[in-house]
Design a protein around this ligand. Structure first.
Ligand code: GLY
Length: 384
C-alpha cells in the first residue's frame, strides 16, 4: 500500500484551489492518491465528525472499500449508502428513502455526508445535505472527470422532475472537495471524453491559452499523465472557482458556464437524457454550434468554429447534429425543447455566444428567427 510519505503521496503532489466565499469558503484538493488519504484530509481540515458515504453501485464496486478504510483509520466512518447508478436516481423517489436512511443512521448537524460519485450522486447527496436538519455539511469526492471539473464545485445541488432537469434544488456549498485523479482510470473512455468537453469549455469561454494548451496536450491528459491531467483539472477548477466566487447564485457571469448548454440541453432532452447522448457529448455539439452560430451572426472571426470542431473530433467527441445517434431533431422540436429550458422570452432567446476562442459573452436578445434559420441549415446539413 502507498504510504503518505512516498512520492505519490497527495501531501507531496496535491494541488489546492480555494473557492473564496467568505464564511462558506472551501478548498478543492486535486491529485493522485487522495482517496487513500481522505480520512486525514477530512479530519485535518474539518475536524472530527461522523461521515456517511453516499455512493452508487459502480463506484462502490471499484473504490468503496478504500474510502471506507481511509475514514475508519481516522475514526470518521459512520456507514455507507449505495444507490443505483444513473440519472433516474436523481429524483424525489430516491431522495425520500435517502433522507430517511440518513436520519435513521443518526446523522446530526455537526456530521458530514460524503458524496462519492459522479454528478448524479453529488447533486442528490448535496441536495439531501442542504435540506437535512435544515442543512448539514458535505464533502464532495467526485469520481468522474465531469464532476471533478464542474458539478462538484460551486454548490449547485438538486434533483430532476418530469418537468425537467435540476428544477428542484438549492445552492449548498460543500465544505471540501477531494478530486483524486487516479480514480479516473476506472472511468470508461466515453465518460472521460464527455468530461473533457467541460474541461475544454473553460478554455473556450475565457482562456484561449488553455484551449491552445489542450490542443497540444490532450493525448497525455487521456493517457493519465499525472502532470498533464492535474494541470487540466486544476486550470478548470481555478476558472470555475473564480466565477463562482464572483457570482455564486448566477445573477450574471456564472451563466458563461452554460456555453453550449442551451443547444446541448435540447439535444439531451431529444435523446431522453439517456446513454444515447451523454451530457458532455451534448454540450460538445452545443459548443461547436455556438461557435458556428456566432460566426454566422458575424460576431466571431471565421475559422474559430472549425478549430473547435477539429479539436473535439480529434478527441472523439461529436460536433454536429448529424453525430446524434438515431433520429435527428427538427427545428420545431429543438425550439420547443429550448423553450423548456426557460431561455426564451417574448420571441428572444438568451445564448452564450463568442467573440473569439476564449471570449464568451451573454447574449440575452437573440431573435428566434435567427436561431430557427441557423438550425434549419444545420439540420439540412445533417440530412445530406
Ligand atoms: N455547471 C454550471 C454551474 O455550475 O454553474
Amino acid at each position: 500500500m502507498t504510504s503518505v510519505s512516498e512520492s505519490r503521496s497527495p501531501l507531496a503532489t496535491a494541488r489546492t484551489v480555494p473557492v473564496q466565499l467568505g464564511s462558506r469558503s472551501y478548498d478543492v484538493v486535486i491529485g493522485p492518491g487522495l482517496l487513500a488519504n481522505a480520512g486525514k484530509e477530512i479530519a485535518g481540515r474539518l475536524g472530527a465528525a461522523r461521515c456517511v458515504i453516499v455512493t452508487d453501485e459502480n463506484v462502490a464496486r471499484f473504490h468503496l472499500p478504500e474510502l471506507e478504510a481511509a475514514l475508519k483509520r481516522e475514526n470518521l466512518r459512520a456507514g455507507s449508502i449505495v444507490l443505483k447508478p444513473g440519472e433516474p436516481t436523481k429524483s424525489f423517489r430516491e431522495l425520500e428513502p435517502l433522507s430517511e436512511r440518513l436520519l435513521e443512521m443518526g446523522l446530526e448537524r455537526g456530521d458530514l455526508i460524503v458524496a462519492f460519485g459522479g454528478g448524479v450522486i453529488g447533486d442528490l447527496a448535496g441536495f439531501a445535505a442542504a435540506i437535512l436538519r435544515r442543512g448539514v455539511r458535505f464533502v464532495q469526492i467526485p469520481t468522474s472527470l465531469l464532476a471533478q471539473v464542474d458539478s462538484s464545485v460551486g454548490g449547485k445541488t438538486g434533483i430532476d422532475t418530469p418537468q425537467g432537469k435540476n428544477l428542484i434544488g438549492a445552492f449548498h456549498q460543500p465544505s471540501l472537495v477531494l478530486a483524486d485523479t487516479q480514480v479516473l482510470q476506472t472511468l470508461p473512455l466515453r465518460e472521460m471524453r464527455a468530461g473533457y468537453a467541460e474541461v475544454a469549455k473553460y478554455g473556450l469561454l475565457g482562456d484561449a491559452a488553455f484551449f491552445a494548451w489542450l490542443e497540444q496536450n490532450w493525448q497525455p491528459v487521456f493517457a493519465f499523465d499525472e502532470t498533464a491531467l492535474t494541470r487540466a483539472i486544476e486550470t478548470s477548477v481555478k476558472a470555475k472557482a473564480g466565477i463562482v466566487s464572483r457570482d455564486e447564485t448566477e445573477q450574471g457571469e456564472r451563466a458563461l458556464l452554460n456555453l453550449g448548454h442551451t443547444f446541448g440541453h435540447a439535444f439531451e432532452a431529444w435523446c431522453g437524457y439517456s446513454d444515447r447522448l451523454l451530457h458532455g457529448e451534448a454540450i460538445a455539439i452545443g459548443m461547436a454550434i455556438a461557435f458556428s452560430f456566432s460566426e454566422k451572426l458575424g460576431l466571431c472571426p471565421a475559422g474559430s468554429a472549425k478549430r473547435v470542431a477539429e479539436h473535439f473530433a480529434a478527441v472523439g467527441l461529436p460536433t454536429r447534429i448529424a453525430d446524434i445517434p438515431g433520429s435527428k431533431p427538427d427545428v420545431d422540436a429543438l425550439m420547443r425543447l429550448m423553450a423548456q429550458d426557460k431561455k426564451v422570452r417574448r420571441g428572444k432567446l438568451t445564448f452564450i455566444l463568442v467573440r473569439a476562442i476564449g471570449e464568451a459573452f451573454i447574449a440575452p436578445d437573440v431573435p428566434e428567427a435567427d436561431v430557427r434559420e441557423f438550425l434549419a441549415g444545420e439540420i439540412a446539413g445533417a440530412r445530406r
